[in-house]
Design a binder for this molecule. Structure first.
Ligand code: EPU
Length: 431
């Protein structure tokens, strides 16, 4: 296993390019199952989760070829409909295979994904949506069996206790595009990743109205064709880099992003007092300052503040003198980064679903443990801004969702290295 060693206190200077969005890309791979023709996906991030998804599609019988680092060709001539536990358990996003398998084959058998460290992640809304469309669902021995022979377009409501569901919307959408009749998806998620999926499906010949809104109207077609599509930039990676620049008080141009996908973050950074400017339609420069203001943040479905940037914002607020309150409304217990930030000197208390942060000017480097993807990113940011050395362990979490993060950061001046865990000082090692 690898570890990251970060020598903090170095401002980030220069230019950095954002990769394609992991969370857009996984449903796009699944959508390729909806046609027997060839699909080409470009701007695909080079990540562990993408490789898992490719493995799953191959298991289902698709031919999946990596044409170059960021381009994949997928052709699903004949496909199977059973996704087994040993593959599904590696990645929760495999649940979004249900929609395309139902759309194309009218049946699916998928192992139920297990728990997840960021909290319970039920799929009741996905299943409720399929049921509304006439699908018969049974659960046996850890597998969901979906029989969609009688499926028809219908009215589906996807609002839940924590808002809509992103992968649930993707699932219903992918089933509906090949289901006879009109499916009206109400309270659908409108995250940019869902919009990207709609655009790909439309390029394949799907009939979808209301793209980008909370009501998608899908008229089923008989067949879809192959298409070529470039994945949108990763707004969460972009946001992480912008926050890194602010935390290290650097001067960084983050390129290849879509500012319109980052409105809630930019609004908060402005309130904090971080100066930034849009240098082109796809680039934002952050110039870190000396004094920042504490802020209150509440995570919400898009266009609200994204839960996937909550941990990174906690790191920024931990070095911003004053009292900040960060409330998590999507995954109420997603605060695994807090005990690790505390090890670096952060003054944070958890009250219910909020982190109460009394910012200090400086954190001090320490050995810390990554627990999930975004928590790992927060620890890297904290390490970049801290005094002394930070060792981040279990960085396989980071590798699932950030393409070559340490290389990108070191190119703009960070002192960060990936090392084998044998390099870890004995007193820091896990055993
Ligand atoms: N929910 C239900 N029932 C359902 C589905 C969801 O109650 O059937 C609840 C969830 O427990 C949660 C909320 O609804 O409280 C939102 O969950 P959602 O279904 O939208 O999440 P997801 O689609 O499983 C995607 C991203 C997550 C991101 C969330 C929210 C992918 C592969 N994952 O998950 O990304 O946090 O949307 O925006 O797209 C990450 O990248 O680190 C990550 C966790």
């Amino acid at each position: 296993m690898d570890v990251l060693r970060i020598k903090g206190g170095q401002p980030l200077y220069g230019e950095v390019e954002v990769s394609g969005a992991k969370n857009a890309c996984l449903p796009l791979f699944a959508a390729c199952l909806l046609t027997d023709q060839e699909c080409i996906l470009e701007n695909v991030p080079d990540l562990a989760d993408v490789r898992f998804m490719a493995e799953l599609l191959r298991h289902l019988g698709a031919s999946v070829e990596k044409l170059d680092t960021h381009t994949w060709k997928i052709e699903a001539k004949n496909i199977e409909t059973r996704a087994p536990y040993d593959l599904v358990r590696k990645m929760r996003a495999s649940v979004c295979l249900m929609g395309p398998l139902l759309g194309r084959c009218r049946q699916a058998e998928i192992s139920l994904p297990g728990g997840c460290v960021i909290g319970p992640r039920p799929i009741d809304l996905h299943l409720k949506g399929f049921t509304r469309m006439g699908c018969e669902i049974t659960t046996e021995k850890g597998y969901v069996h979906l029989d969609g022979k009688a499926m028809r377009g219908s009215q589906v409501f996807l609002g839940g206790r924590h808002g809509s569901t992103v992968l649930g919307t993707a699932n219903i959408l992918m089933a509906a595009v090949l289901t006879p009749g009109v499916t009206r998806i109400e309270s659908s998620a409108c995250e940019p990743e869902v919009v990207d999926l709609c655009h790909f499906l439309q390029a394949m010949g799907a009939d979808i109205e209301g793209v980008g809104s909370h009501e998608l109207v899908v008229t089923g077609v008989q067949k879809l064709k192959g298409a070529r599509h470039a994945v949108i930039p990763d707004r969460i990676e972009a946001g992480t880099l912008l926050i890194a620049a602010a935390m290290t008080r650097g001067n960084l141009l983050v390129k290849g992003l879509r500012p319109g996908h980052l409105t809630a973050l930019l609004d908060k950074l402005e309130e904090v007092g971080v100066s930034f400017s849009q240098e082109s339609p796809s680039a934002i420069r952050v110039q870190g300052g000396d004094t920042y203001q504490p802020v209150d943040i509440v995570t919400l479905p898009h266009p609200g503040f994204p839960t996937d940037l909550q941990a990174q914002m906690c790191a920024l607020m931990a070095i911003t003198p004053g009292l900040s309150i960060v409330t998590e409304k999507i995954y109420p217990n997603r605060f695994m980064h807090v005990p690790e930030l505390q090890r670096m000197g952060a003054d944070i208390a958890i009250e219910g679903h909020s982190a109460i942060i009394k910012g200090n000017k400086i954190l001090s480097g320490a050995p810390v443990m990554a627990s999930d993807l975004r928590a790992s990113a927060a620890l890297v940011l904290a390490g970049l801004a801290a005094s002394g050395e930070t060792w981040v362990q279990r960085i396989y979490h980071l590798d699932r969702g950030y393409e070559k993060l340490e290389q990108k950061l070191s190119q703009v001046g960070a002192r960060i290295e990936r090392l084998d865990e044998s390099a870890l000082p004995a007193e820091f090692s896990e055993e």
